[in-house]
Design a protein around this ligand. Structure first.
Ligand code: FES
Length: 105
């Protein structure tokens, strides 16, 4: 599925992320800057914070309990904030757009 990652400065990276792969891994594997993912996707670092743009929030869904708790440690959290290692790509998410915060962690 096609995912567009938008850096804080507006630079866009369009990447093909396989279904079943997390938004975080899609960024790391394609050298997209702006997602650190220090814990490697175990929902324990909060340095993979992204903002899901408004039109996609319903499809992506809400953060789960553990993720919600961790997000409190991220900077600039808003209504579309998610930990990108906890968003798994599905066919429905083809065309997803996420933006990255200015800093991670
Ligand atoms: Fe650490 Fe997502 S990669 S919480």
């Amino acid at each position: 599925a096609k995912v567009t990652y938008v850096e804080f400065d507006g630079t866009e990276h369009v990447v093909d992320v396989p279904v079943g792969t997390s938004v975080m891994k899609g960024a790391i594997r394609n050298n997209v800057p702006g997602i650190d993912a220090d814990c490697g996707g175990h929902c324990s670092c909060a340095t993979c914070h992204v903002h899901v743009v408004a039109p996609w929030r319903d499809k992506v869904g809400e953060a789960t309990g553990a993720e919600q708790a961790l997000l409190q440690f991220a900077d600039g959290v808003d209504g579309g904030s998610r930990l990108s290692c906890q968003i798994l790509i599905t066919h429905d998410l083809d065309g997803l757009v996420v933006t990255m915060p200015e800093v991670q962690g």
